[in-house]
Design a protein around this ligand. Sequence first.
Ligand code: ASP
Ligand code: MG
Length: 410
Amino acid sequence: MALIVQKYGGTSVGSPERIKNVVRRVAKYKALGHQIVVVVSAMSGETNRLIALAKEMQAQPDPRELDMVVSTGEQVTVGLVSMGLMQEGLKAKSYTGAQVKITTDSAFTKARILSIDEQNIRTDLANGYVVVVAGFQGVDNEGNITTLGRGGSDTTGVAIAAALHADECQIYTDVDGVYTTDPRVVPEARRLKTITFEEMLEMASLGSKVLQIRAVEFAGKYKVKLRVLSSFEEEGDGTLITFEEDEKMEQAIISGIAFNRDEAKITVRGVPDKPGIAYQILGPVSEANVDVDMIIQNVGVDGSTDFSFTVHRNEFDKAMDILKNQVQSHIGARNVVGDNKTAKVSVVGVGMRSHVGIASKMFRTLAEEGINIQMISTSEIKISVVIDEKYLELAVRVLHKAFDLDQEPA
Ligand code: ASP
Ligand code: MG
């Protein structure tokens, strides 16, 4: 017997028919002897509808009152799911976040969970109930209803699983797992059976569509075993997000190819090679709230060097303006050049820690296609390159093949 938390997103509870599907799955697990806590989102579209309603009353809805309104979406679905379970002959009981007592801070619309009182849930489970908990919401120390930010039901699911020390937290969604890369670019992309928590964070550009990143971070912190599955398929094990030290099987060295089309590259040329320059270049950029991704500085030769970094393509013009108008003459750089037609491709895998030659294989593969590498950066489990955007899809395809990602690992 296992204790399983199952979280269902908005599309999975989008209609009475869909809710009946959820009920059938819960009943199946229950029949196997498991204890089940169900965490649900509002019916699809409902949260948007409630926000729009609030805006009809107040152009900038009062945050406390907005949470009062939007938290009702989940209150409806927990009741409906419980009724469906009862209709199926199961014992079921619904809870709002406040009834469980999911205590949060008072940051309305983006509250953080401080603690969960899991006593009532435990008692109900022991008495044979399926417990149905509203996602996305909690209560602060003054008794105000709070919400956790859009997509926050994922975080509720993981937090409840952590509080109960559940054996597994299953996130049911409309995709059937995490893939080796985007199947729209590489049709041979495979669903991963497992991915480590750290890889999942690195693959954010692929994974964020699947899971709220905060939920992944929470799972990492509390060591919650997370699984992403499709709620529209009867069979399938989805993707299990694991911890590296748990891996018993021989893992593929590389788990996936992540990419980002929206990268823009900026180089400040001929900057003096002396203390404080990196700060003088990036300080004004960050003051303007422009996020910087990759940063590279060359070794100084004859007292000067080049300094390159990447930003989101939407912020390219803003960053170029800052550098040309505020920075270049100020620090005595030769000139500033940029390119907003670049893309980033990364190979990700914890196997890199114990295998050499990944970088050279990656670079050779790109060289064989005549793809020029403009920038390189590495972390322990990731190698990223910036290339001309027009070669992005080719690069992803050849790397996917070179690292045998189209094959099940032996
Ligand atoms: N219903 C909320 C939203 O739409 C929370 C969630 O679905 O996770 O953002
Ligand atoms: Mg969601």
